[in-house]
Design a binder for this molecule. Structure first.
Ligand code: KE4
Length: 432
């Protein structure tokens, strides 16, 4: 597979951009080799600058659940752009997207738009602290909520990929109030909350962990945390930046029947344009400026282009059959790949919730960050590159989620399953 132009661009990019990328995980450092520079995408495929096409299971890390360049979304963005890109004033589009979100997720009574998941997490935590007048927060090892200073403690995603448990540049006193516990360990939460519950402003977690591979919550984990938060007056924040509108139209909270006090969203609600949002109980949200004393703001928050792309995306997702189609396609894909791995004889542990999935290169079980890190990342790297050579683009890191879109055809899925036999063989035999 010829990637000369990508290599040239990567060399150029490194002259102007740190590591040649605008987000670390894109640099392929966890799998080796050089990143592919993408020129265009349509449906289930992305195409690099050398003209190679790939079936794409990254989907821009989750937003492109409809597939790339969906005609209705493109047309909607074009319509909006003809009216100007941003006014820094309220628009009807913001009201429409807020209405769709609050209807889809009943726990969200009020919602504020921002421009990234990081901004949403940062704002929600400040809000929880302002509302409770408490400082301590609990997060979970391997969960990633964006590059918020106080949360870069055992972060998942990029940080795990680079094996950096914390980030440089985060002063000690920024993380002094952050307690990070093992995911799926309700006992550990009970232990901390029983001693410090009155000092804890919030517990923030991904209801399905998607930044250390995909790790579902174990039976009773979310329910137990909900109970503890109610008992101690702790704000429960679900980070549904990945799972919101991904695993169900109502997000993971609708799937597991657990109601958080605040929810953060991103990715899908912007239809591929920069977006984030945080929302929840009216009483808590009314502590945010201009109503209350917790300050938060943003120049491009609620901008018309992202709102239009989000509205169009949610309208399509709200149609009947959407999530059944995603479920069936992803089930076929992951079962087919699991069967291929078993036939090759390579130990893998496969997880899936709806259309997000992960193949861990280990026996398993994988229930938290410590067990996820036992995966054989060298095997994963060989699998990744072999699949790439077969025209299939998975995440360039073992510690990310794979995403199926509505644009993936059964032929795409069958092609991926067939190619995975080669991928697993290369992983096992050590030949990329
Ligand atoms: P952004 O600031 O990247 O929009 O969102 C941060 C964020 C918050 N919460 C969850 C659950 C997330 O997964 C993310 C970002 N996800 C990563 C991929 N796992 C984005 C990819 C990247 O960092 O380049």
């Amino acid at each position: 597979m010829e990637t000369k132009r990508s290599q040239e661009l990567f060399a150029q990019a490194q002259r102007y951009i740190p590591g040649g990328v605008n987000s670390p995980v894109r640099a392929f450092r966890a799998v080796g080799g050089h990143p592919l520079f993408i020129q265009r995408a349509a449906g289930s495929r992305i195409y690099d600058v050398d003209g190679n096409g790939y079936i794409d299971y990254v989907g821009s890390w989750g937003p492109l659940i409809l597939g790339h360049a969906h005609p209705q979304v493109v047309a909607a963005i074009q319509r909006a752009a003809r009216n100007g890109s941003s006014y820094g004033a309220p628009t009807e589009l913001e009201v429409e997207l807020a209405r769709l979100i609050t209807e889809a997720v009943p726990s969200i009574e009020l919602v504020r738009m921002v421009n990234s998941g990081t901004e949403a997490a940062m704002s929600a935590i400040r809000l929880a602290r302002g509302y409770t007048r408490r400082s301590k927060i609990i997060k979970f090892d391997g969960c990633y909520h964006g590059h918020v200073d106080g949360l870069l403690v055992q972060a998942g995603s990029g940080a795990t990929t680079f094996g950096i448990p914390d980030s440089l540049g985060v002063p000690e006193d920024y993380t002094r109030n952050t307690i990070s516990l093992p995911y799926n360990d309700l006992g550990a939460v009970e232990e901390v909350v029983s001693k410090q519950g009155e000092e804890i402003a919030c517990i923030i977690l991904e209801p399905i962990a998607g930044n250390m591979g995909v790790i579902p919550p174990q039976e009773g984990f979310l329910q137990g945390i909900r109970r503890l938060c109610s008992e101690y007056g702790i704000v429960l924040i679900f980070d549904e930046v990945i799972t919101g509108f991904r695993v169900a139209y109502g997000g993971a909270q609708s799937l597991y029947g657990v109601t958080p006090d605040l929810t953060i969203l991103g990715k899908i609600i912007g239809g591929g344009l920069p977006v984030g949002a945080f929302g929840g109980k009216r009483e808590i949200m009314e502590t945010i400026a201009p109503l209350g004393g917790v300050y938060q703001a943003g120049t491009l928050s609620g901008n018309p282009l992202a709102m239009m792309a989000g509205i169009e995306t949610l309208k399509i997702l709200s149609q009947e059959e959407t999530y059944r189609k995603l479920e069936e396609g992803a089930q076929r894909l992951t079962e087919g790949m699991k069967a291929a791995a078993e036939k090759v004889g390579i130990p893998t542990f496969s997880t899936r919730v709806g259309s997000c999935f992960c193949t861990f290169f280990q026996e398993g079980p994988v229930t938290d960050y410590a067990s996820a890190k036992r995966s054989d990342t060298q095997q994963y790297a060989r699998f990744f590159h072999t699949m790439l050579a077969e025209g299939i683009y998975f995440a360039p890191s073992q510690f990310e989620a794979g995403f199926l879109s509505l644009a993936h055809s059964s032929e795409d899925i069958e092609q991926t399953i067939a190619a995975s036999t080669k991928g697993f063989k290369a992983a096992l035999e050590g030949t990329p």
